[in-house]
Design a protein around this ligand. Structure first.
Ligand code: PBG
Length: 323
């Protein structure tokens, strides 16, 4: 045998020398849930170790992440039912929980990278990402609201706007609104290939944002489709996106790879709430080794081609020095 691949695996030093993929703190984005009030920190039942924070506690949580070298955060608001309406007007009200949170984080931690979620669902009385009329999700009417929301985020100090709504044309629409208002430096991380997935359940529990009727299949993608992700990714690139995201991550590693191979833009992947819940449940049962399972998941998402990973594991992997 001339070739014995095992020679390159014979010691830890050699294994590390030939390791192709690494995960570091710089690749990680930590999603954080926020609620109104003071001194709140309540655990999400289906996401052990993940909490909803009031703004005061959010700042302390971000401070402890920053000390670990984790600098990027994606914020999601839990909005009181009484503030929701058909047009998500709460999403761009100047004193809303979300805009106050963005301002507070950027004021205390100007060097942190704040990513904001643009979609109507946390603020919509219908629980959908767009305007609903006679059971239908209207596309172009929704764009106007997304534009107002994105502009409010930029004015509050957002570094990166992340539209997660899957309406057609929203990246270009938001890019224009931002540019027309002088925010040419605010980036767009587009949820390009976002699938109508079963793995968002725990997130919707965290935000109490589940659709009040029907499902999201007329705007989120069919899990059976791969080529269609290229249509979405190409459009977002043409419309001015700075990052292309695939979501969920683990069941869609092929899509991450496909998009990576077809763009020069950085690709992001969202290791979503249901993926987190699945791993944690197995660990709680003693069925998986925590450190090994989590680092394998993150490494695999990087290996598929993601530069950035949005993951609820971000803090624990750094706290435990697992990387
Ligand atoms: C809302 C949004 C969702 C997630 C991120 N933004 C849920 C949905 O589309 O219903 C899910 C994230 C997760 O599950 O961790 N537009």
């Amino acid at each position: 045998m001339l070739q014995r691949p095992r020679r390159n695996r014979k010691s830890e030093v050699i294994r590390q020398m030939v390791q192709e993929t690494h995960v570091s703190a710089a690749n990680l984005i930590f999603p954080l849930f926020i609620v109104d009030g003071e001194n709140q920190k309540t655990e999400v039942a289906s996401m052990p170790g993940i909490f909803r924070y009031s703004i005061d506690n959010l700042l302390r949580e971000i401070e402890s992440c920053m000390k670990l070298g984790l600098h990027s955060f994606d914020l999601f608001p839990n909005i009181e039912e009484s503030l929701k309406d058909k047009f998500a007007t709460e999403s761009y009200r100047d004193e809303s929980l979300y805009l106050r949170a963005i301002r507070a984080v950027k004021k205390e931690f100007p060097e942190a990278c704040v990513i904001t979620d643009v979609a109507m669902d946390p603020y919509s009385s219908d629980g959908h990402d767009g305007v609903v009329e006679n059971g239908e999700i209207l596309n172009d009417e929704t764009l106007e609201i997304l534009g107002k929301m994105a502009l409010a985020h930029a004015r509050s100090g957002a570094d990166i706007i992340a539209p997660s709504d899957m309406m057609d044309g929203r990246v270009g629409y938001i890019r224009n609104v931002l540019d027309d208002n002088g925010f040419t430096n605010v980036s767009i991380m587009s949820y390009s290939a976002k699938y109508a997935s079963a793995f968002y359940g725990p997130f919707r529990d965290a935000l109490n944002s589940a659709p009040k009727f029907g499902d999201k299949k007329t705007y989120q993608m069919n899990p059976a489709n791969q080529r269609e992700a290229l249509i979405e990714a190409n459009l977002d690139e043409l419309e001015g996106a700075d990052f292309l995201m695939v979501k969920p991550a683990l069941p869609y590693l092929d899509v991450i790879k496909l998009i990576k191979d077809n763009t020069e833009l950085p690709v992001a992947a969202y290791n979503v709430s249901g993926e987190y819940a699945m791993i944690k449940a197995a660990i709680q049962n003693g069925w998986l080794n925590e450190q090994r399972a989590i680092t394998e998941v993150l490494t695999s998402i990087r290996r598929a081609g993601a530069s950035a990973i949005l993951t609820y594991h971000a803090k624990e992997v750094l706290l435990n020095k697992w990387l």
